[in-house]
Design a protein. Structure first.
Lengths: 163, 393
């Protein structure tokens, strides 16, 4: 049972656009069973969404993404959760993660240009209650995201037809 | 100065052999832009990293000499262990194994070691393109045995019996099969073995796709059946299972009297297989992570196989469910087109390359070979285009 679930997740991770019928055929189960398994995964909050992997630089050359290291003072009862959730509410924020090591929260922020991200950090993040310090790292180039390679030379080097 | 008369210079035997139909189709495909392919016969996965690392290490430490003719001893031992574990047949590393330049060289050696002028070699078709030309180059006669869609493209005992003559020297047994994906189960092999035990015919069992079988049933080698080891040459290699096509490494295992003669040809023609590949291959057969990589690849192929069978079924084409290798072989007779016409029009109109079934023998006419050694997104895109093509013709 769990094997089918993990195979479904494996397929959806790389190709979420396949139909339930296709996924069912790949796993040798009925379409109904595949559909049920997928809705269970969704209902249990294991699958929380589906999205495309986009080469942002290719789509919009001005767009920037930054990873911001945040040091945060944890609060009684709530720990880091309250601040993390507050940050996560912002539209510009793509991801928020609590980290081990030298800083506390890793926040990914996407903006239309450099200035927009810089303003967001200085005006919204840095001044937030509980935020002790920020260190902003702009992403210069992406090579791989969610298992997908960005490089053109990731193209198939095999010849068109072979034995 | 006159240019040489090449026609006169060239060997009649070589001139009479035709180029592979796969190559002919490649020449057509190569003239077009933006073609997406479903026609390669090699894995899309990269060689497992542990294998590549071992090759780099062997180069860094300067292990770049000839090996013994039969191959590095440790590799031969590993091959024997692997063969024992996978098909349950025990070979001697010192006298019953030759490490070759791909499975292809092993096939050539086996045929050359056995064939006198006009000896007959039985070749179940459709099959990979090399057997008949190699038989003809060795002076023998290739006798096709047609395998049929209705029989899941298996070699039947009736068809075999009907093809045997006093001149029959060998039977090629190419299963799991390229291009059909057919597999011979133990029962099927028992019936073949029963016929062969009473004859003086050798089996050349090309098991290059042995790791790639699906549906929970493991590959069975005819060599593992009673009294068959002594009349079988098992061919295998690293290309398909370990995604090592470019490394060119395979092997033959069989009875000492035959392997000794094969080694003689190998010694004069090749000397020894590339040593970098040989060192890497030792890792392929011994590192646990390589085993995991192979298992992962097999489970990926299995899912793609099912996806393709469904896609062609949905298009209304008869598609035998392949149990091995990484091809599906749908029947396209219902379109009213020949295999060549189908493939040429498909590539022209939809820019999708598949291989005409008749490239694998006359009996492949009416079929196309589709490889699923591609990513899911690629397969999905390509099969959608084929579906459009079918609606438009």
């Amino acid at each position: 049972m769990n094997e089918i679930r993990s195979k479904i997740l494996h397929i959806l991770r790389t190709s979420a656009r396949l139909t339930n019928a296709q996924i069912a055929a790949m796993l040798g189960v009925s379409e109904q069973e595949a559909a049920d398994k997928i809705s269970n995964l969704e209902n249990e909050g294991i699958i929380i969404g589906y999205s495309a992997i986009i080469n942002e630089e290719k789509y919009d050359r001005n767009a920037v993404t930054a990873v911001i290291e945040l040091k945060v003072s944890p609060q009684i009862e709530n720990g880091y959760g309250a601040v993390a959730n507050k940050i996560a509410q912002n539209r510009e924020v793509e991801s928020v993660q609590l980290m081990s090591g030298a800083y506390d929260l890793a926040v990914t922020v996407k903006g239309e240009n450099l200035r927009e991200v810089a303003m967001f950090v200085s005006d919204r993040l840095a001044v937030m209650d509980g935020v002790l310090s920020t260190a902003t790292h702009f992403i210069l180039q992406r090579f791989k995201e969610k298992g997908a390679l960005f490089a053109l030379d990731a193209d198939d080097e095999r010849s068109l037809v072979s034995p | 100065m006159k240019t040489p008369d090449y026609e006169k210079l060239l060997s009649e035997r070589v001139k009479n052999v035709e180029f592979s139909g796969i190559r002919k189709f490649f020449d057509i495909a190569a003239t077009m832009d933006n073609v997406i392919s479903l026609s390669v016969g090699e894995p899309d996965f990269k060689t497992p990293w542990a294998i590549r690392r071992k090759a780099i290490l062997s180069l860094e430490t300067g292990h770049t000499r000839y090996s013994s003719n039969a191959g590095i001893e440790e590799l031969r031992r590993k091959i024997c262990e692997y063969t024992q574990n996978s098909i349950g047949v025990n070979y001697s590393p010192s006298s019953e194994i030759v490490v070759t330049v791909g499975g292809s060289e092993a096939i050539d050696l086996a045929i050359r070691a056995l064939i006198n002028r006009n000896d007959e070699v039985l070749v179940p078709e459709p099959c990979f393109v090399c057997y008949s030309p190699l038989v003809e180059l060795a002076g023998g006669i290739a006798v096709p045995i047609v395998t049929r869609f209705e029989n899941q493209f298996k070699l039947t005992p009736e068809a075999l019996r009907a093809a045997i003559t006093p001149k029959t020297k060998a039977l090629i047994l190419p299963f799991p099969n390229n291009p059909t994906g057919a597999v011979m189960r133990r029962d099927d092999l028992q019936k073949i073995a029963e016929i062969l035990r009473g004859t003086n015919i050798m089996v050349i069992s090309d098991e290059i796709y042995s790791e790639l079988t699906y549906g929970g049933q493991k590959h069975v080698s005819i060599a593992s059946l009673n009294n068959m080891k002594e009349r079988t040459i098992v061919i295998n290699g690293f290309s398909k299972a370990f995604a090592m096509t470019g490394w060119r490494l395979g092997w033959a295992a069989g009875p000492e009297p035959i392997l000794t003669q094969m080694l003689k040809i190998h010694q004069y023609a090749i000397m020894c297989s590339p040593t970098t590949s040989q060192y890497a291959a030792i890792t392929a057969l011994s590192a646990p992570e390589c085993r995991r990589d192979v298992d992962f690849m097999v489970s990926e192929y299995d899912m793609r196989r099912r996806l393709c069978v469904k896609a062609f079924g949905d298009m209304g084409l008869d598609c035998f469910e392949p149990e091995g290798a990484f091809y599906v072989f749908p029947r396209i007779q219902s379109t009213g087109l020949s295999s060549d016409e189908f493939c040429e029009r498909l590539i022209k109109v939809k820019r999708v390359a598949v291989v005409p079934g008749n490239a694998f023998g006359k009996s492949g006419e009416g079929f196309i070979r589709v490889s699923y050694a591609y990513s899911l997104a690629h397969l999905n895109d390509a099969t959608k285009r084929i579906e459009e093509f079918l609606r438009e013709i």
